[in-house]
Design a protein around this ligand. Structure first.
Ligand code: SAJ
Length: 431
């Protein structure tokens, strides 16, 4: 029954969470001919979809609007509608709290809603990045509290997201998706479904393997970014250009992958996901020291950028306090509009606390608020640049005119090697 519905694209797909992961997935299922019920509690998102505003740059606007117009994708906030859904794909956030402890409250809350409408022949897929064991130890008991049995009446698997916001080459469709089913039947149904929208799917032996591989993907990045961040601090003391070192190491055609220093790490994944494994490890009296050390080094980078700014101002016998500082780039990485966990926010907060007069610019972000202070994106003009005591390139958006910035500013702190092609840059301090 469920198998036939999936096979014939007649299955109704519920997607819970219409963010960076859920909306692109909903669009792919809609494009494949499924009817998709998109559920999100954030009325701002629902209003935007109703007013035909596409808030996820990686989603093709025409495709999204066409699906909405044809009611192939039906957004809403009523979980009761999911009774009709044959598949329910959970894509809710899994943040950490201020003590870096995992917070799976969204997963639990949504699961508790799902069990109200749960019925036989439904496939539940958890897509949110989480610690190993969440699917089978947290979600599964709740589902089976209804008396329905996983593997017999209902089906459950874990299939993590792989989204690189802003990456034009790799999309939901052409990026291999890994999944693990609780039982062979769960896996079989999940594979059948995912193969409808993703060209390459990889089945692993259990949800735990899939939960752990996803964390490894992001821990790999966090640890390697921390490695080069630590190296950049040492190279400065040795008078060596770390960017040149990395470029040279990158000529190794095997066994090396370049990562680059930066002002810290942002996004909804890399600064967060590793702590899910660090937390789980403690259950076994183990410490994941690489993860914690990487976090420490990466979290220290915004402070290091402020130190470099202070050193630069000292050359003009100026202190941070009272200095006018322009922060270029608030998004957590270039050419996107996402500020979540952005290191720029931390840099601004520190500068603000030290009494600097901070203004910001980001072509993708109109305004932000930090500790009660609103910052609107200020247009970058020669006049503005000339009045600044320092300009910090925090995000290397492609839109910036780096020639103008370096040619007009008194002091530039370049945390992204964005000025690499410029000749005269005696006024640039490179991270
Ligand atoms: N960063 C560095 N140096 C680097 C690479 C990145 O400082 O060499 C910084 C970035 O500026 C950014 C943060 O780290 O602030 C995260 O960068 P990211 O490139 O990992 O970007 P995300 O978090 O948007 O996307 C990542 C995916 N990125 C890539 O694989 C390139 C991937 O790790 C996950 O698929 C995705 O998060 C996710 O959804 O988990």
């Amino acid at each position: 029954m469920l198998q036939e519905k999936i096979q014939s694209n007649k299955a109704i797909i519920g997607v819970i969470g219409l963010g960076y992961v859920g909306l692109p997935l909903a669009v792919e299922f809609g494009k494949a001919g499924f009817t998709v019920l998109g559920i999100d509690q954030d009325n701002k998102k629902l209003k935007k979809l109703a007013k035909r505003v596409n808030y996820i740059p990686d989603v093709k606007t025409k495709e999204l609007f066409d699906l909405l117009d044809r009611k192939r994708l039906i957004p809403g906030n009523d979980f009761a509608k999911l009774k009709e859904a044959d598949v329910i794909y959970i894509c809710v956030p899994t943040p950490i709290d201020k003590n870096k402890q995992p917070d799976i409250s969204y997963i639990v809350a949504v699961t508790d809603q799902v069990i109200k409408i749960l019925r036989k022949e439904q496939l539940i897929i958890l897509g949110s990045t989480t610690y190993p064991g969440t699917t089978e130890d947290v979600v599964m008991p709740r589902l089976e509290s209804t008396g329905l049995k996983v593997g017999k009446d209902i089906f459950l698997s874990f299939a993590p997201e792989r989204v690189d916001p802003g990456n034009k080459g790799y999309t939901t469709r052409n990026t291999t998706k890994v999944f693990g089913g609780v039982t062979p039947k769960c896996a079989e149904l999940t594979k059948l479904l995912l193969a409808k929208i993703i060209s390459n799917v990889m089945q692993v032996s259990s949800p735990k393997v899939a939960e752990t591989e996803k964390l490894l993907e992001n821990i790999f990045r966090s640890v390697n970014i921390a490695l080069v961040n630590e190296l950049t601090i040492l190279c400065r003391e040795m008078g060596i250009n770390v960017w040149e070192v990395i470029e040279a190491a990158s000529t190794k055609p095997y066994g090396f992958m370049p990562f680059y220093p930066g002002p810290g790490i942002g996004g909804h994944c890399i600064p967060i996901d590793p702590y899910y494994l660090a937390w789980k490890a403690k259950e076994y009296d183990l410490r994941t020291r690489f993860i914690e050390l990487a976090g420490e080094i990466n979290d220290g980078m915004p402070h290091y950028v402020v130190k470099l700014t202070q050193d630069g101002l000292n050359k003009f016998s100026k202190s941070l306090s009272g200095s006018k500082i322009l922060i270029l780039g608030v998004a957590y990485k270039k050419d996107i509009n996402d500020v979540r966990e952005s290191p720029s926010l931390k840099i601004i907060e520190i500068l603000q606390a030290k009494g600097a007069q901070v203004i910001v610019n980001d072509p993708y972000i109109e305004k932000i608020e930090i500790k009660g202070t609103q910052y609107r994106s200020t247009k970058v003009t020669d006049k503005i640049l000339k009045t600044m005591d320092a300009v910090v390139i925090a995000t290397d958006h492609s839109d910036y005119d780096y020639e103008q910035i370096v040619g007009t500013s008194r002091l530039v702190i370049d945390t992204r090697n964005a000025t690499k092609r410029l000749k005269n840059k005696d006024n640039v301090i490179l991270l």
